[in-house]
Design a protein around this ligand. Sequence first.
Ligand code: SAH
Length: 276
Amino acid sequence: MTKTRKQFGQHWLRSEKALAKIVSSAELSQSDRVLEIGPGTGVLTRQLLTQAQAVVAVEIDRDLCQLLSKKLGQIDHFLLLQGDFLALDVDNLLEPFPEFQRPNKVVANIPYNITGPILEKLLGTIAHPNPNRMDAIVLLVQKEVALRLCANPDSTHFGALSVRVQYLADCEFICDVPAKAFQPPPKVDSAVIRLRPRAIVHPAQSPRHLENLIRAGFLSKRKMLKNNLKSTIDPDRLTEILESLDVNPQARAEDLSVEKWVALSDKILKTTTPAD
Ligand code: SAH
């Protein structure tokens, strides 16, 4: 068993069932170019290579890269990039390799400690969506994060992350993966999710304003939205706006759907920016 480095969030997936589920959820065809983040010892990589046209893997750990090169280096539709996925300009690095350019799917068992930044790099943000949309992003993530990403507003898991990601992509919870599916087992349970980045269904008039509003609205979890937004908008005015949107004025941030957040942002903008 390859030794693990804690700082890189290394937990090797050893459940055949979980592996099969990840691969099938990616619905791969021979025309897909897959980007894998953190191939580790290459268990998932091997399977991806049997189904995709090309696989680009980005691995930070130099020793693992050596091992992977030895194991998979001869395969001509495999390309390994060594480095920190968050810091690398993958598009730029792929320029000399036309057959690996513009991967259209991401399939990965990622290091959980950088899930947020990885999602942001793949999807962009509300104010700056990534213009190069992947067809599908299949990830193993911490179960708690999976539930948040896929939650509806009536669920206890719905929060700022749900709104931010669901603004940009459809999110599906695929299946649970227990901690014992990994070696060493992480402290948390995991889950497979599939994101499909898409055109924005309800575009905000000012995505920047929406982003700031969400940040302020979710600041204090148990407080009513009205209180969290006190410094942004007069509470009486906010009550009127919420009523006009069919939202209970006592609502908390996590009660509002993505659509309502956009509507709220647009209406607040209208009242605070005088028309000219
Ligand atoms: N996919 C493998 C390993 C998952 S563990 C498996 O399922 O068995 C997470 C992997 O991500 C490790 O190989 C770790 O070295 C790698 N990693 C951690 N941080 C990274 C980063 N910033 N960029 C690229 N790879 C990273």
